[in-house]
Design a protein around this ligand. Sequence first.
Ligand code: PLP
Length: 430
Amino acid sequence: MLEKSKKLFERAQQFIPGGVNSPARAFKSVGGTPVFLEKAKGSILTDVDGKEYIDYVGSWGPMILGHAYEPVIEAVKETAAKSTSFGAPTEIEVKMAELVKQMVPGVDKIRMVNSGTEACMSAIRVARGYTGRDKVIKFEGNYHGHGDSFLINAGSGALTLGQPSSPGVTEGTAKDTLTANFNDLNSVKKLLNEYEGEVAAIILEPVAGNMGCIPPKKGFLSGLRELCDAHDVVLIFDEVMTGFRVAMGGAQERYGVTADLVTYGKIIGAGLPVGAFGGKQEIMDVVSPVGNVYQAGTLSGNPLAMAAGYALLSELYENPLHYDELEEKTVKLARGLKDVLEEHGVPFVLNQVGSMLSVFFTEEEEVIDFKTANTTDQAFFKAYFHQMLENGIYLPPSPFEALFLANSLTEDHLRKTIEAADESIKVALD
Ligand code: PLP
């Protein structure tokens, strides 16, 4: 198993930092050799050794209707033949903006960028420009890409300023990022009171996905909305993961709370490098060239990326049944996994929202924030992960990532996955 992957990983490590172009791919949390992939169709991945896997990563989110989805491929081919980039306006950008507005609440205007990171970086710059304030509140365990302002840990006391979590991020940047606890409105209230008149924005993953899947508690999102209104703070939902996934209109639609700004990535580009930020007209009008908050990109709104994203979003818009089917499949998988875990007497918490799902191997009653997520038994996950991989199930290689289901999953795939989980848990317990 993994013969060619091992050889490629050795070669890769000579010329690419850690052998990968994004750290999570290196399998650091689970150890072993990352699987080098060659092709995929629907929910089946094929690695360079010819082994097949049922996919629950979906390129970390974009592949909601499966890999090599025909309308996306056709759109890319057709567009590529007419040029891969102009750096000038195109009709598909207009169609894309109009379509997003129809699908999502509260997005009067939208600007395309090239990644989720760029979208989040830009959104906080816009919020700062709009409010004339410097500080931003984020939540422990949420991830908003690798912009400097987000690579910040909470300070030692509840109300202290942040500390850089990566060398290369300056203390000066860190002092403008404040960190609250997910699902804890009081921690936000304290920061807003302490820094009254200084906070430009609150940014969060409305359903956390980067510490495993953690839903917002009832009243958490609406509570944040009220706090933002009371303190004139811009509420930013980072819907890079949840956008077009937990509902057509993302978490905003699912929970009935409208943010001021929203960021997108992943599904909006159907697997091509796309991000976007959008929201209320009044705020978006500070963006250059209408306003003076600068933001730009040579390849932003790239025709190939727009064609791919437009093809995928159109299908989701025209056939909203995809969301019902996906939810049904995810509930079925969740039920199967729960049965297996209970049978083997493994303590766990299973969180599921739409087609996002995480199993935490923990004795806790519920997983609601970074602290409770961290109680998961990482050694057990590691053993389970490798056994699942051997059994042909490709899970995210970390206990702190959510599974993303695709509507290309069949009954047979789900059955095989539950059987593999049964066997893998048995082996992991040995
Ligand atoms: N925001 C969230 C919620 C994410 O999950 C991610 C990436 O996983 C990002 C932002 C960053 O997006 P990208 O990796 O496209 O830069």
